[in-house]
Design a protein around this ligand. Structure first.
Ligand code: OAD
Length: 243
């Protein structure tokens, strides 16, 4: 991927860079994106209908098993060149914030520090009543129950209709409003409030860069639209910065 010379220059001069990632960055690790058709056993289910509190109340076993399947998928995958380039970028930029909508934990496994996880993390489990993270429990039921109160356990992710963790959202919003350059990577830019972050950055005068093989509702607003895969574009961007 060819990086425009003036973009490389802007990145080189940037003191503060904020990055927002979506499921597209993990596609090259083998994790289907959120809106992509699901495969195998789960083909006939719509993720948007499984990822809700209502679905969990109505069909707790189905929802738990779906997350178990996704958790196992995530455990078998590794961070890809796109994730690794963001670790390098964190080292190169004076002030760096990585905000993700992904629940796969791959940024942390790649080595980024202080990742702002807006939608939680699939590798953690919490009590559906108390909201506390539960580390140890009997895995004898689907879903298992909380050892403290007996309520069903659930993944520590944000479901449709649920509030985002307020502290994470505030940190993300601050990073967006104070950055010189905002990078939106592998997200369809459809789901708010995360989709509002690049717009906040833009309103505060940041340079907006989008990396996505396809057009999104954000493309028209981006100063630079790099039409390609995160695993190609991000390493190229980092090379251009260090050149
Ligand atoms: P989507 O599935 O909506 O969008 C994935 C985006 O990644 C699409 O725009 C693809 O074009 C792009 N893409 C695919 N392969 C790519 C690659 N190799 N490199 C770069 N981009 C690529 O996923 P998200 O935008 O992450 O929220 O979805 C946002 C949120 O919607 C999810 O976090 C989830 C869902 O509602 C919750 O569960 C709360």
């Amino acid at each position: 991927m060819n990086i425009p010379g003036d973009l490389a220059e802007t990145l080189r001069n940037a003191q503060r860079v904020a990055v927002l990632t979506g499921s597209g960055i993990s596609a090259e690790s083998g994790i289907p994106t959120f809106r992509e058709a699901q495969t195998g056993l789960w083909e006939r289910y719509d993720p948007q209908q499984l990822a809700t509190l209502e679905a969990f109340h109505q069909a707790p076993e189905l929802v738990w098993n779906w997350y178990e399947w996704r958790r196992e998928l995530v455990e078998r995958t590794e961070p890809n060149a796109g994730h690794l380039a963001l670790v390098e970028l964190e080292d190169l930029v004076p002030d760096f914030a990585l905000i993700t909508q992904n629940v796969d934990g791959l940024h942390g496994r790649a080595g980024n520090i202080g990742v702002i996880e807006l939608h939680g993390n699939i590798t953690r489990t919490k009590c559906s009543m108390e909201g506390e993270i539960v580390e140890e429990y009997e895995e004898d039921a689907s879903p298992p129950v909380c050892p403290n109160c007996g309520a069903p356990l659930r993944p520590d992710v944000v479901w449709f209709g649920e509030m985002l963790p307020p502290a994470a959202m505030e940190t993300a919003s601050n990073a967006a409003r104070t950055c010189d350059l905002f990078l939106s990577v592998g997200t369809s830019s459809l789901v708010y409030p995360a989709a509002g972050l690049p717009r906040e950055a833009l309103a505060s005068g940041a340079t907006l860069v989008e990396i996505n093989p396809d057009e999104t509702p954000l493309t028209a607003y981006a100063h630079y639209s790099l039409r390609g895969k995160a695993g190609d574009c991000l390493p190229s961007l980092v090379s251009a910065l260090s050149a």
